[in-house]
Design a protein. Structure first.
Length: 272
């Protein structure tokens, strides 16, 4: 019971609490000095995909359509907030789309999620990193057509699963996972997977917080150095507070993959 209460009402993140709901933000007055991106730049920010290649392809089409309507920006970015793999049934297809079907006219920025970090830990040490298989990793393995017999001992099974994945995952996918970034800054915005520790300057943020943090970030009411745009914590619709914008809308089970669109001081959303 104590673990249940900690999971839903506070405490540190754990591998099995990915779908916990985000706290409801307090009502906030309109910001007289809203954050902006540089003039002539448009930014599309994509939330947690989690193996839903069908939704990613649809969202790419929506972004391309949005770009085609109205004046073209001088420069356009698509920033992906990580968690490309696990849970959904086509993690391999997601990576193929990201590599082979980019949105025309956009520069892609790929950030790392905690699921990619856990996957890499497993591939480095399958026994110590076996938690990855417990919160969505097996779906990723199956998307690469990797299976191992259930009858063998657990440690041996983990090692065999790792060995088969290393043999099967295309080299270009492995390079993709190895090249993921932890953060991206543009104008008054700071993009990362999970969030930041409010008491720590942005340039000194630690990797576990960028990948995993929930509290005290989610309930922090004060201003931060920049507006933080993040995924990781699921909400039914995008969450906007004075210091953060959360866009993980649980695509793998809800069917709603969300994209935040930033132009100047304007914010709007595209959603599947």
């Amino acid at each position: 019971m104590l673990r249940f209460l900690k999971k839903w009402f506070g405490g540190e993140s754990s591998p099995d609490d990915e779908a916990m709901p985000a706290p409801l933000p307090p009502e906030m007055p309109e910001d007289p000095f809203p954050p902006t991106v540089p003039e002539g730049v448009r930014v599309y920010v994509v939330g947690d995909i989690h193996g839903r290649s069908d939704l990613l392809r649809r969202l790419h089409a929506l972004i391309a359509e949005d770009l085609a309507n109205g004046p073209a920006p001088r420069q356009a970015f698509v920033v992906y907030l990580g968690d490309y793999v696990d849970r959904g049934d086509d993690s391999k297809g997601v990576i193929d789309i990201l590599l082979d079907e980019p949105v025309p006219g956009c520069e892609a920025v790929f950030l790392k999620g905690n699921h990619e970090a856990e996957m890499q830990d497993f591939l480095s040490n399958p026994v110590a990193g076996h938690a990855w298989t417990l919160f969505g990793g097996m779906s990723t393995a199956l998307s690469y057509q990797v299976r191992v017999p259930a009858r063998i001992a657990a440690e041996e099974r983990m090692r065999e699963l790792r060995d088969k994945l290393v043999e099967t995952i295309p080299k270009r996918h492995q390079i993709f996972f190895a090249s993921l970034r932890l953060r991206f800054e543009l104008g008054d915005y700071f993009f990362t997977h999970a969030g930041v520790r409010p008491s720590t300057p942005l340039e000194m943020q630690k990797i576990p917080d960028l990948l995993w943090i929930r509290e005290p970030f989610l309930s922090h009411a004060g201003r931060l150095e920049k507006m933080i745009v993040h995924g990781h914590t699921v909400s039914q619709e995008p969450v906007i507070t004075r210091n953060r914008i959360g866009i993980d809308t649980g695509a793998y089970f809800s069917g709603h993959l969300t994209c935040l669109v930033l132009t100047g001081a304007e914010r709007r959303f595209l959603m599947t």
